[in-house]
Design a protein around this ligand. Structure first.
Ligand code: B16
Ligand code: MG
Length: 225
């Protein structure tokens, strides 16, 4: 089978906004007497804004303390802080190797998609100057289930007009790798602890077109044999 598309996660794969999400949540959580650390933040990667808030409230034993309106206000406050911090993003904020791999995938005539559950994704791609690199970006506002549900990856494949079996997905979060696998795509995990990924890489520096094609060839050969 031919590789027809590569679908990228955004936060933690294309740029390191995961830390900015953490700082914004930590500040909001502190205001309501909840302490979160970087280890807890791992659970929030790939999880939508409202689902992240629910996890934080549960973590602090305050799941039943706030009504819907108050929860929306807390999520809104987090987003304000986060969006302010995005002003620091420039074209230099792309993670190492990403610009090169996007160019090489394009040169090979393979489609490029984005599967981020962030409602801020379009603005982030603009700030990074790479919005034109994508053939299709799944619209997070139309997604009802965040990762590990495969919905966002399936939406990206549908928008690219490829079947999931013809595509590789790239993620830095355990929930994201589960989502790719559940979609029926081949998964590449960037970073530690992603044992369920078909291919595990230490960093985006290793994410080259050669590495993707070698992975594809080895996995599709296994399926044939
Ligand atoms: P927003 P991804 C996810 O992006 C982040 O990993 C997650 O931490 C965040 O809560 C979510 O986007 C929603 O982001 O509040 O900007 O809509 O990893 O799917 O690219
Ligand atoms: Mg991510």
């Amino acid at each position: 089978m031919t590789l027809n598309a590569v679908v990228f996660d955004l936060d933690g794969v294309i740029t390191d906004t995961a830390h900015l999400h953490f700082l914004a949540w930590r500040s909001v959580a502190q205001e309501i007497g909840i302490t979160i650390d970087e280890a807890f933040n791992e659970q929030l990667k790939g999880i939508s804004r409202m689902d992240s808030l629910l996890l934080i409230l549960q973590h602090g034993g305050k799941a039943g303390t706030f009504d819907d309106k108050q929860r929306l206000a807390l999520a809104g406050k987090k987003n304000e802080i986060y969006v302010q911090s995005l002003a620091s993003l420039t074209q230099a904020s792309l993670l190492p190797g990403i610009r090169e791999v996007l160019a090489d995938i394009r040169a090979a005539n393979v489609k490029i998609g984005l599967a981020s559950v962030s409602l801020n994704a379009p603005g982030i791609l603009q700030a990074l100057g790479i919005h034109k690199a994508f053939d299709f970006c799944a619209d997070a506002s139309r997604i009802s289930c965040s990762k590990p549900d495969p919905e966002i990856f399936l939406a990206a494949c549908a928008g690219l007009h490829v079947r999931p079996e013809e595509a590789i997905g790239i993620e830095d979060a355990a929930a994201g790798v589960e989502a790719i696998n559940a979609a029926g795509m081949l998964s590449v995990g960037i970073g530690p602890g992603l044992n369920h990924a078909g291919l595990q890489l230490h960093s985006t520096r290793e994410l080259t077109w050669k590495c993707l094609t070698d992975f594809w060839t080895s996995r599709t050969a296994l399926i044939r044999n």
